[in-house]
Write a protein that binds this ligand. Structure first.
Ligand code: CA
Ligand code: CA
Ligand code: CA
Ligand code: CA
Length: 194
């Protein structure tokens, strides 16, 4: 199901889009912690009509793609239209579960609302050149992710965990070739892992 949704996704340019229309940009692109996206749909709708896709044939849109037109980099005077935000309803219940953001045509991040409450995002994936670089997971609905996974060339290399939920990482796991290579425990959080 998710694979099908992803197959219709295109590239976007979010940063420039919100820079052009002012205020919402900083709010939506807040890069610290996990964000509240409850107002995002309304803000996007104010910027233009999305293209919609109905993947399961229930006549309700499951994918909305918001576009932006900007100067074409390879054709002086020309314009190119990019999708810049995509909203996905992965479980077809009529509520968005995933938002994908693109900068300069390259996937920048994905936000997932896994419990149907968009005021708290549970998973945030960051990308570098379309490869995942970081996954942040919040279990308790606050903005501090209790689990952070880091990747190099798409492969897991590090996991930080806040096991006692005091907003400090106390466990650090390293991975080599996909296998756990070391575990460090810092109960007093002296090392300040980030
Ligand atoms: Ca549908
Ligand atoms: Ca949904
Ligand atoms: Ca949520
Ligand atoms: Ca901790």
């Amino acid at each position: 199901m998710i694979k099908n949704v992803n197959s219709v996704l295109l590239v976007t340019g979010l940063a420039a889009a919100f820079a052009a229309c002012g205020g919402p940009r900083q709010e939506i692109r807040n890069d610290s912690g996990l964000v509240d996206v409850s107002g995002l749909e309304t803000k996007l709708a104010a910027m233009g009509q999305p293209q919609v896709f109905d993947l399961n044939g229930d006549l309700r849109p499951d994918v909305k793609v918001y576009y932006r037109t900007e100067p074409a980099p390879t054709a002086p005077g020309g314009q190119i239209t990019y999708p810049f935000v995509k909203e996905l309803d992965l479980n077809f219940d009529g509520k968005t579960d995933c938002w994908k953001f693109y900068i300069n045509g390259v996937l920048e991040k994905e936000l997932y609302d896994l419990d149907g409450d968009p005021t708290a995002i549970e998973v945030r994936n960051s990308f570098v050149m379309n490869q995942i670089s970081q996954k942040e997971i919040s279990i308790d609905r606050d903005e501090f992710p209790e689990i952070v996974k880091r990747y190099q060339n798409g492969q897991l290399v590090l996991i930080l965990r806040d096991t006692n939920n005091d907003n400090g990482y106390d466990r650090r796991e390293t991975y080599v070739n996909g296998r756990q290579a070391g575990v460090e425990i810092d109960p007093e959080q002296i090392k300040g892992w980030k």
